[in-house]
Design a protein around this ligand. Structure first.
Ligand SMILES: [Zn+2]
Length: 131
């Protein structure tokens, strides 16, 4: 329960752009702090990295990615391009009922709404929560 509250909080911060990513922290500190993702250390921690690429969340992402492919078609379909070219993937993940998203995926958003749980499971744990 407490965990769910935490996730809702992270989600709210991501939507409002106030989630402190390592890449932002680094920028504000004149690069004295590395922008690298502190979890996988593979590349800079950006929202894109965290939600789509970070190896640490591969498992949590799998169910959702399956649904996404169902809704958008294969990776090289036009819908994927439209979503990616308009930077809407993050919007889709955070809120698939947003008009910018539904205009592209139409009724298929029902498929995603059905999996609210996988939406939230896609959101990372707060890496700063432990300290
Ligand atoms: Zn990472």
């Amino acid at each position: 329960m407490e965990h769910e509250v935490k996730r809702a909080e992270i989600k709210a911060r991501m939507v409002t752009g106030t989630y402190m990513l390592q890449s932002n922290i680094s920028r504000y500190n004149q690069q004295e702090v590395p922008a690298t993702c502190q979890i996988c250390k593979d590349e800079d921690e950006t929202l894109n990295h965290m939600l789509l690429k970070c190896a640490a969340f591969t498992g949590e992402r799998a169910a959702f990615t399956g649904k996404l492919t169902q809704v958008l078609g294969s990776r090289n379909s036009g819908k994927w391009d439209t979503i990616l070219n308009n930077n809407l993937l993050l919007q889709l993940i955070l809120d698939c009922t947003h008009p910018d998203v539904t205009v592209i995926i139409g009724d298929e958003q029902r498929l995603l709404s059905d999996t609210r749980k996988s939406h939230t499971s896609l959101l990372p744990r707060d890496p700063y929560a432990e300290s």
